[in-house]
Design a protein around this ligand. Structure first.
Ligand code: APR
Length: 253
């Protein structure tokens, strides 16, 4: 199906309900590495071995070293034009939901309000026994991992093998199902159930737009693929420049 930026912008203008799903790609231009790109490893460790209950039980100090570095990188990062454009799009929409797989808080810092953090966030640590929370303004010191209740503080992140926050995912699924336009931005679409938000919307109702420099597992569900970066394409959805999109599966002319 061939669409172009003008068509996507017109559909957004007419839409009474919009749902956006973002992944690490939207934060790549803020200097934060994606998961399956060239930075898919941290030192010599597979992300799956660190972001898991088993990895934390095996070596909580190593896991906190990784998350302390990620938290510090998040605090250094600045929302880019893609984050800012999504916040602007929300302000002019009557019903806008932003479901993100990212834990970097950059959407909130860019001004987005209705944000569902499907994989959690790094603003707090949570005791794995009693659920007590402490703010993560900086690092969590090694001697602060143990909690007085006998549990251990862990990042408030959804790890591999763990369920997403039930309420957040339910609200995201409802938003995707009622949306007139679903924007899928900067995600490989390889991790469920988040990826299903881009395919769950009944095709008859939602116009699905993928914004990604590369083809992904989502592409075949998209009505239009805008092959470009989030910080380049998203502002253009607001600004009115037109550019030929790639026909589904096609290549830029
Ligand atoms: N603009 C838009 N998309 C981009 C950009 C950019 N500037 N740079 C890279 N991308 C795209 C890549 O082409 C890729 O399709 O972003 C996607 C990033 O994919 P992944 O690295 O798989 O990250 P993501 O989809 O967010 O992973 C989902 O997997 O590891 C778990 O919990 C983790 O939330 C994460 C989930």
């Amino acid at each position: 199906m061939t669409g172009d930026l003008a068509e996507v912008r017109e559909r957004l203008r007419r839409a009474s309900s919009v749902c956006a799903l973002t992944g690490s790609g939207i934060s790549a231009e803020s200097g934060l590495p994606t998961f399956r790109g060239v930075n898919g490893l941290w030192r010599t460790h597979r992300v799956e071995d660190l972001a898991s209950p088993a990895g934390f039980a095996r070596d909580p100090l190593l896991v906190w070293t990784w998350y302390n570095e990620r938290r510090a990188a998040h605090l250094r990062a600045v929302p880019n034009a893609g984050h800012v454009a999504l916040a602007a799009l929300e302000r002019r929409s009557t019903d806008f939901t932003l479901a993100t797989q990212n834990v970097d808080s950059l959407h909130l810092r860019a001004g987005s309000v209705n944000v569902l953090e499907l994989h959690g966030h790094l603003r707090e640590a949570r005791c794995d026994r009693c659920g007590a929370r402490v703010p993560l303004d900086g690092e969590l010191a090694p001697d602060a991992i143990a909690h007085v209740c006998g549990g251990r503080f862990r990042p408030d992140i959804v790890w591999f093998g763990e369920a997403l926050p039930r309420d957040a995912f339910a609200r995201a699924a409802e938003a995707a199902a009622r949306a007139d336009v679903v924007l899928v931005i900067g995600t490989s679409g390889l991790v469920e159930p988040a990826a299903s938000l881009a395919t769950r919307a009944p095709r008859g109702d939602a116009f699905v737009v993928e914004i990604n420099p590369e083809e992904t597992a989502i592409s075949r569900h998209a009505d239009v693929a805008l092959r470009g970066t989030a910080s380049d394409v998203l502002p253009r959805l607001l600004a009115g420049e037109s550019e030929t999109a790639v026909a589904h599966g096609g290549s830029m002319p």
